[in-house]
Each structure stands twice: as structure tokens, then as C-alpha cells.
Write a new protein. Sequence first.
Length: 302
Amino acid sequence: MSKQFNYLDELEAEAIYIMREVAGQFDRPALLFSGGKDSICLVHLALKAFRPGKFPFPLVHVDTGHNFPEAIKFRDELANKIGEKLIVRKVENTIREKKLQDAKGKFPSRNGLQTYTLLDVIEEFEFDACIGGARRDEEKARAKERIFSVRDEFGQWDPKMQRPELWNIYNGKINKGENVRVFPISNWTELDVWNYIQREQIELPSIYFTHERQCVITEHGQLMCNNEFLDLDDTDRIVTKNVRYRTVGDMTCTAAVESEAYKIDDIIKEIKEAKISERGATRMDDRVSEAAMEDRKKGGYF
């Protein structure tokens, strides 16, 4: 067995251990599942951790209403295939119920509004732990997280109040009203994820592979999917390109990359040669400021 596969075995074992710790330490955990590659890997790891039994948690998706159809279709099909409960709560309903201001502008992302819906679903089901697919190589703020990351009774995160995690000991003790965000693949990189997907032959939405798509070219040269939610004018340039997506999120803020990667081997080669992280290359809302993600996380964003 190659060193690469030994390394993937270690990452897999750690992630499964963390998931079992969640099942053992918390009464009402949930797994946040969007139909994106990282959350698909989490589902695959959960199958290894708990089969032949049922998952000790439901799958939960906070749906912005601006998601890529391919990801939503895959989300529903996978949940149905494995026979696990899927809870979906829509940001659009939260906007209406709380009388929030929907996003404006040319690229009206609802990413910031997800926080309200997430906190509501945590309160609705009294979730005390939420498992997510964040990785430390994605963004600076996520690199500050512990694997068990405590949120206060308002869902807020304080990066200065992090618990030590020595010798793979995770402290899930919380007070009433608090909850913990758990990141089983925190020590994985984008390349590790793709190597694992290749090794495990994990199915993914077609959007991750090269396909032809109409795109709007932004002022920074990014390729945004041309969709009904954008507020375009006559000056906007629309082109048809061969593209794929490194990450899948809100269509209004997630850019594609030009690519000829039709197979996983091609994607792995691309990632090895990439000069910028997947979020840095494709998420417009992370370009607002250096602390954009950290500010959102402090307010309850995942």
C-alpha cells in the first residue's frame, strides 16, 4: 500500500473516531448536508462509522434557494438511497417570517442570511452538535477552529475562547442552550478530499466535472453561472465556457473555473497546480474583507 493510501487511512480513522465521539457525547446531533463534495464525504464516513445501524443523527440542509440544481438533486437522491432522514429548512421562509431584507445588487448572495435559518433549525430540534465539512485549508478563519468548536446560547463563536484538544480528547461538555460545531475533516485538504473520493469511488454531482455552461464575467474576471437570481444589465458580458466548480454553494456568489477536467485524475492534477485556494478562487463573498468569514462565523455562520 502506498504512503498516500496510508495517509488517507489515518484521516479516515480520525474522522470516524470524531463522529463516534459525537454520537457518544451528545443527545441531539445533526449532520449538515448540502450535496457538496465535503458533506458527501461526511455521509460516506458516517456509513463506515455506523452501518449496519442507522445514523444517530439526521441530515440537515439550510437551503438558500439559490443552490445549483445538480447539487439539490444529488442531495435528495443520496438521502433516499441510504434511507436516512433529511431535514430541509429554507432561507426564503426565514426572510418572510422574520421580515429580513433579502440581498440586493448584481450578485445577491443569501450566504449571510443562512445564519438565521441555521440558528432557527438548531433551536427547533434542540440540536446540541452540528457536524460540518469545513476544512482548515479553505479559509483563514476556519483555520482558527477546533474540531469541537463551542457556540454560546446565541450561536456566536469566540475565536479567543477555544478549548485545548490534546491526545485526541474532545470536550463536548456544554451548558443548556449552547451547541458545538464539529469538523471531522478539519485536518483534510482539498487534495486529500479528492484523493479519498477517488480511492473510495464516491459518486458526486456532475457540476464538479467539466461541462459547458453560460457564465457572466465579473469585474475581477471570475466566471459566474448565468442564472435567474442575478441582476444583470446590458454591459454584462455573457460567454459560454467549459467549466467546473471546485466548491458548490449559493449560485450568486460561487464562481466556476475554466477546466478540461472530465475525470478525477484530471481534477487532482489541476489542484496540485493551482495557485489559489478553492474559496479564494471561487467565493465572491469572501472577498468583501480579510475578516469576512470570521465576522460571519462570530455571528453564527457555520
